[in-house]
Design a protein around this ligand. Structure first.
Ligand code: 5AD
Ligand code: SF4
Length: 500
């Protein structure tokens, strides 16, 4: 949708009150804010700027694109964290030390705020969904201007306007899902040719260590129509690669959010079907998704990947631990045997698939034997990449009440796990050497201006000689040299007309 036209086509000055309908209401506040900023910019003699600092997962990164889209629509320019007039921290709360880090950052910003009277600080994201965090900020950080939650992202303009209208500390945190206006508010995409798309929100799994279900709420899916419409408009905007996002995409479609109502799905429409429908959209070249929960990964999904070359050869399948006893205590609902069976099926059906995972060390009650089971899983699977985490005690979760493993034991296991992970990764690199792979070019190489970088379908990075005209294009590349986690290659296509 062309937001600019909609925005300009409406006479907001003629309105005595803000409209109650969304997203019109937010457009009204964007318009009002633009006027506030125009005045400020005139008296300051310079443009006002913003910076959104993002922590955590892909969902947060995607929310930040929405925040940036709104701020740019209002007419602000991007700037660095230490010079921006409006600084927004989009927080993550999966691990406890993130909270401490944020408080540290805020301490520094207090001084910055003293030297720039225009500076406004806003906090959002998962941490802000927690009552005790908000209470702490209210008490200790009075200079924070705006606090909002994960369900309030779309109302940024309204919240800023309230602050500029004199409210001291604006706090707005919804606890339940409502419509998010994904397709009708501006977004600033990092890349013009690829985009994340939320297909569902929240999580019902309650893994015993995890705080996400408490802060992101129960699982709810967007309707297929809503998602497909958004993707069609992204394609019209030049996007060819889509990343479908959700905490557990494999359970897509159990309950739908339709307008602001929540309706139970009646049709048998599930994630593999959505995946196929997304691939059918003309102009889509690649579809990725994340995250998958092993307990819900069906044979139908494996079939969908196998039969559809547009689905990327990439699977992020968090295992968390390799011991059945620990998996049970984590409430993961699968065994190591079941997990290994899925891996076997995936590799049998899609031989070139890249498999990545999340692993946690030091879950309460983890014995040396349990830990060795985790090392054994890493050995057996041979992951392309492993994201390793030290268990972090999150109050309010069941695992916080269980017997904790001493810190020095955890640290030692973590180091041993890292060693195993890099040994195994070294065995796998180079398996595509001298083959030709299709690469979507994403950027110029940051170290060498004659090179470009891009990704293969299985998400492996490739660098090769190129020029900026190649960005956003799919190019066949011969992978001539392996460099650990990436390849150096040579274009295998005739690139006349592209290269300078
Ligand atoms: N401590 C450490 N890691 C955690 N994760 C989730 N909760 C915790 C926690 N309390 C990890 C899991 C998950 C990833 C996104 O973060 O491995 O898959
Ligand atoms: Fe957390 Fe488990 Fe839900 Fe993932 S599936 S968000 S680890 S509760």
């Amino acid at each position: 949708m062309d937001f600019n036209n909609e925005f300009k086509g409406i006479d907001f000055d003629a309105m005595d009150y803000p409209p109650t309908d969304e997203p019109l209401r937010q457009m009204y506040f964007m318009y009002k804010l633009r006027k506030v900023f125009d005045e400020k910019e005139k008296s300051l003699g310079r443009k006002l700027t913003y910076c959104v600092v993002t922590f955590g997962c892909q969902m947060n990164a995607h929310d930040s694109e929405k925040l940036e889209g709104i701020l740019e629509e209002i007419g602000l320019n991007a700037a660095s964290e230490d010079t921006a007039d409006i600084v927004i921290y989009n927080t993550c709360t999966v691990r406890e030390n993130a909270n401490q880090k944020l408080y540290g950052h805020l301490g520094q910003l207090k001084a910055a705020k003293k030297s720039n009277s225009e500076m406004l600080i806003a906090l959002c994201g998962c941490m802000m969904q927690q009552d005790d965090v908000r209470e702490y900020i209210r008490e200790k950080f009075r200079f924070v201007d705006v606090v909002f939650g994960t369900f309030n992202v779309f109302m940024l303009a309204e919240l800023l306007y309230r602050r500029y209208s004199g409210e001291k500390q604006v706090i707005e945190v919804k606890k339940e899902h409502g419509k998010n206006f994904e397709n009708s508010l501006p977004e600033k995409r990092k890349y013009s040719f690829k985009s994340g798309v939320n297909i569902m929100y929240g999580c019902n799994n309650f893994c015993t260590y995890c705080i996400v279900p408490y802060v992101r709420g129960r699982e709810i899916s967007r309707t297929p129509e809503d998602i497909l419409d958004e993707i069609k408009s992204l394609v019209a905007d030049g996007v060819t690669e889509i990343m479908l996002l959700g905490q557990n995409v494999n359970s897509y479609g159990k309950k739908y959010m339709d307008e602001s109502e929540i309706v139970k799905s009646s049709a048998e429409y599930d994630f593999p079907e959505l995946l196929n429908d997304v691939c059918k959209i003309e102009g889509i070249r690649r579809v990725r998704f994340m995250t998958s929960h092993p307990k819900d990964l069906s044979d139908r999904l494996i079939e969908a990947i196998k039969n559809n070359p547009k689905v990327c050869r990439q699977m992020h399948l968090p295992v968390q631990a390799g011991s059945n006893r620990i998996l049970k205590a984590m409430n993961r609902h699968y065994t190591r045997e079941h997990y290994l069976e899925i891996i076997e099926k995936l590799r049998a059906s899609v031989p070139d698939i890249g498999i990545t995972t999340d692993i946690m060390v030091g879950f309460p009650g983890e014995t040396e034997e349990d830990f060795l089971d985790t090392v054994d899983i890493v050995d057996r699977v041979g992951y392309d990449q492993v994201f390793t985490f030290i268990y972090s005690r999150r109050s309010g979760t069941p695992a916080a009440e269980m017997e904790q493993v001493p810190e020095d034991v955890v640290k030692d296991r973590f180091d041993r796990l890292l060693k195993k992970v890099s040994e195994k990764a070294a065995e796998r690199v180079g398996r595509f050497k001298n083959t030709i792979a299709e690469v979507l070019v994403e950027d110029m190489d940051s170290h060498d201006e004659t090179m470009v970088t891009g990704r293969m379908s299985n998400n492996t990075l490739v660098h090769f000689k190129g020029c900026k005209e190649m960005i956003g294009k799919y190019i066949n590349v011969k992978l001539t040299e392996e460099k650990g986690f990436y390849y150096i290659g040579e274009p295998a296509d005739n690139l006349e007309g592209l290269a300078e």
